[in-house]
Design a protein around this ligand. Structure first.
Ligand SMILES: [Zn+2]
Length: 491
């Protein structure tokens, strides 16, 4: 553990957390200096309710003790308090899909309580005895990743080291769910107020690690031999032969075609994240300025899909390399503010965010775990990133990734069958819909080939099911739109 300052010890951080809660509670954004909650005619206080002298409509969130932050990291697995819907919601609200929620931080002076955690007191003040400001900052800033030093063999923060995984709430967007509870109480405090309903959205994205599998004669011959002697597949051998003769038959290029075709069938726009890195042990090193790669990128653009950036493996630790790779893509696209996802989901909080922000990238879409699916940031709403060391909100938007397909089926990870994988992914998507968030999924073009081919039907069925689940005229899954959505930029 290191001695990082708490994000909480900053007025900027607290104001940021109020805004994040307001957005998720369905409060309209304001352009004025007053906070969004205050635009409804309520004052907001992050203080001990006993000491707040204000009378009249107010929201008071009782703060936890500062030591509770580190205390939460040290809490034994599976030992948080969970509150049932009856202890969370006002009497006249049905729980819907909300059954129970974990408490990360109790308000000051509150040990575990069995009664309601929200109350409207005799002075018409909505008092919350759970520290939702700390909960929001804890999850959104990923503060724990700067304190907990566990890393996997590639330097990634592993899911098992997270509070969400150890306390078994990684499958829940808990910041969004707590904000939903706050919304119900606010509706009780302000009966005339009509909250904005945020509409569910889907963002499909594809990392272009390799565009062409058999890019040289040697790789084609190797592919034919491997298909015959290892996989004993005449079909794959013929595919390799045809691809070596004409790249348009290449299975990875065909995978890109398939991803575009399926998206277009269900009126989605996909994001394709291209690389500009040199060849390395974990980078294919295709040159996007040369044929046939340039034609592939142009085709993706022409068909109305979005181009994003996928930095090379070495660029994670070498900032000058990252900058050069980004400039190379700027030149091709003729602009610099587009989205990005890290190769291998490599991420270091807050450095990676800060570097992306400095490069004027519009959004990052990396933050799920490589070894587990779910809500690493406790939310499925895109949000402006708060840099807790610099105590300021960055321009960069995080659109949290919820699931990568390889996590679901890799035998080293969840190792689910196609049927189980389908159910798991749809369950995560339904959790996003319940809070009007954005379900984002990563699926590679290489997953339509060889041993992964059995997952092909899962993808098509998923997109059909997601299309039905969204059923909104906006279900275009457009990361650039989400990154620019005026609502998100105000938060
Ligand atoms: Zn990658």
């Amino acid at each position: 553990m290191t001695n990082q300052p708490l994000p909480l010890e900053s007025a900027n951080a607290v104001a940021y957390a109020w805004q994040q809660l307001a957005y998720r509670a369905g409060v309209a954004a304001t352009d004025s200096d007053i906070s969004d909650f205050e635009s409804l005619g309520v004052s907001v206080h992050y203080a001990d309710p006993e000491k707040v002298v204000h009378n009249g409509k107010a929201i008071i969130i009782s703060p936890c003790k500062p030591s509770d932050w580190v205390g939460l990291l040290e809490t034994q697995p599976d030992s948080l308090s969970w509150l049932s819907a009856s202890n969370l919601l006002p009497d006249d609200h049905s729980p819907g899909e909300l059954q129970r929620l974990p408490v990360l931080f109790w308000g000051k002076g509150v040990a575990k309580i069995s009664g309601p955690v929200f109350e409207i007191d005799s002075r018409n003040r909505l008092v919350c005895h759970v520290d939702l400001i700390a909960t929001t900052l804890f999850m959104l800033t990923r503060w724990e990743e700067t304190i907990t030093l566990h890393r996997d063999e590639r330097g990634r923060f592993p899911s098992w080291a997270s509070v969400a995984s150890r306390q078994k709430f990684l499958h829940m967007p808990i910041v969004d769910l707590w904000a939903m509870v706050l919304k119900k109480w606010l509706m009780r405090l302000l009966p005339e107020w009509r909250p904005i309903t945020r509409s569910f959205d889907v963002l499909l994205s594809h990392d272009m690690d390799e565009l062409i599998k058999y890019s040289t004669i040697q790789s084609g011959i190797h592919g034919i031999a491997s298909a015959i002697f290892r996989r004993r597949s005449v079909h794959d051998a013929l595919t390799a032969l045809k691809a070596t003769i004409n790249w348009r038959h290449d299975p990875f290029y065909q995978g890109i075609q398939k991803l575009m075709n399926i998206s277009e069938t269900y009126a989605f726009k996909s994001v394709f994240n291209f690389m500009t890195s040199s060849r390395g042990s974990l980078d294919a090193g295709y040159d996007i300025t040369q044929e046939p790669y340039l034609s592939i990128l142009s085709e993706v653009q022409r068909r109305g899909h979005e181009i994003g950036f996928h930095p090379g493996y070495q660029a994670f630790s070498k900032e000058d390399l990252l900058r050069n790779e980004k400039y190379a893509l700027d030149k091709i696209l003729g602009r610099k503010n587009y989205g990005c996802r890290q190769h291998y989901l490599l991420f270091q909080v807050p450095d990676t965010w800060r570097k992306f922000n400095n490069l004027e990238l519009r959004y990052d879409n990396s933050l799920t775990y490589e070894d587990q699916a779910g809500f690493r940031c406790g939310t499925c709403h895109p949000y402006r990133v708060f840099d807790m060391e610099q105590r300021k909100t960055l321009q960069l938007v995080e659109i949290p990734l919820i699931v990568m397909e390889k996590t679901i089926f890799s035998h080293k990870r969840l190792n689910l069958s196609p049927e189980e994988g389908f159910r798991k992914i749809m369950s995560l998507a339904r959790s996003c819909r319940a809070v009007g968030g954005v379900f984002t999924m990563l699926w590679h073009n290489s997953t339509f080939f060889g041993d992964d081919l059995k997952w092909s039907w899962v993808y098509e069925n998923l997109i059909e099911a997601l299309s039905k689940l969204s059923q909104s005229p906006q279900h275009t899954g457009d990361g650039n739109r989400l990154g620019h959505e005026p609502g998100y930029l105000n938060y």
